[in-house]
Design a protein around this ligand. Structure first.
Ligand code: NAP
Length: 316
């Protein structure tokens, strides 16, 4: 299966790259394990994406993007990409480098250029009991699972925008939402901090960490420790949502790119990497602001750069 451009990842960066590439007439494939969606599809509402004065549901926004990509002839495959490798030189010489092999399980695709926008995956806490109660009370997507916790007590760990906005979301179901953050200052922006502090159903435990997790068949409680006083106490909670940051999904292209110490890929302004023909867009890049808006911009730039790369090599 040969393509001009393969886009890996169906979040806002990948979808935008695919929309631009498809619209420009390139034979484009988008590969994503869920067929697209990315992180925003786990967000209840997105209020800062321009064009939606009343906010937009994350899954709805991502469905619209996928539909738009299909309108422009993009093929979408449900696959998890395991490796991207660079092929040898093109025999004709005319088109320069032969391109890339994109492998996922038993399937192999080739493309002359790749836009890699596989984002990142949620981090875990690494505390006793956590693995045992994953999906048995511990989750990473309040939007997906929140309704299961009607009239229950849930805890949300983290102090970033994800933790705070999802804690607010959970208050429509839970009788109490406890935010547990390791510092006494939030990382989240003021808008979300205000929403949390104004919400009577939310209790804040600052300078506090989760030490362990317990339960029977399902989660029943957690043990927390106050980092300032050293006080340790047990809390009865039926749900625990983790929003403690993300690990970049860089493994399939690690050998083709440079990363910073946290694994985020170093790109040029045009999204190019140290490997000609491989462009990286979205949350996986080292950059100061990770939002849907910035991902969309990255995706557009990456597709534009991929097109320039292909035209310079006489493809088309
Ligand atoms: P984030 O900003 O990286 O926040 C992660 C939070 O988890 C931080 O508060 C961090 O604490 C905490 N943390 C990390 N490791 C921990 C550990 N081992 N134990 C306990 N706590 C730990 O991640 P995010 O909230 O998912 O946001 C990611 C990006 O998306 C951000 O740029 C954010 O602005 C954006 N976003 C925006 C919105 C919006 O409404 N505009 C919504 C969602 C996400 P420290 O603060 O102490 O480091």
């Amino acid at each position: 299966m040969n393509y001009d451009i393969i886009v890996v990842g169906g979040g806002p960066a990948g979808m935008t790259a695919a929309i631009y590439a498809g619209r420009a007439g390139w034979k484009t494939l988008l590969v994503d394990p869920m067929g697209g969606g990315g992180q925003p599809s786990t967000a209840d509402m997105i209020y800062n994406y321009p064009g939606f004065p009343d906010g937009v549901k994350g899954p709805d926004l991502m469905d619209l993007m996928a539909r738009q990509a299909k309108v422009f002839g993009v093929k979408i495959d449900y696959e998890e990409v395991a490796k991207v490798t660079q092929e040898g030189q093109d025999e004709s010489g005319k088109a320069g480098e032969a391109g890339f092999k994109v492998s996922s399980g038993d399937t192999e695709y080739t493309a002359r250029a790749v836009v890699y926008a596989a984002g990142s995956r949620p981090r875990k806490l690494g505390v006793p009991g956590e693995e045992e109660y994953l999906a048995k009370g511990i989750g990473f997507c309040a939007t997906c699972d929140g309704a299961l916790f009607r009239d229950k007590v849930v805890a949300v760990v983290g102090g970033g925008d994800s933790a705070l906005s999802e804690a607010v979301f959970l208050t429509q179901y839970a009788k109490e939402v406890i935010i547990i953050h390791r510092r006494d200052e939030y990382r989240a922006g003021v808008a979300n901090v205000k929403l949390v502090q104004e919400n009577p159903k939310i209790r804040e435990l600052l300078s506090t960490v989760v030490e362990s997790v317990r339960g029977d068949e399902v989660l029943t409680g957690i043990t927390v420790r106050n980092l300032k006083t050293g006080e340790v106490r047990d809390l009865e909670v039926q749900g625990l949502f983790l929003y403690v940051g993300w690990t970049p999904n860089v493994e399939p292209i690690r050998h083709l790119v440079e990363t910073d110490k946290n694994g985020y890929v170093l790109t040029n302004e045009d999204m190019s990497t140290k490997t000609p023909g491989l462009f990286v867009a979205g949350d996986l890049r080292r950059k100061p602001l990770r939002q849907v808006t910035t991902a969309v911009g990255d995706g557009a730039t990456a597709a534009w750069s991929a097109e320039k790369y292909l035209l310079e090599r006489g493809v088309r």
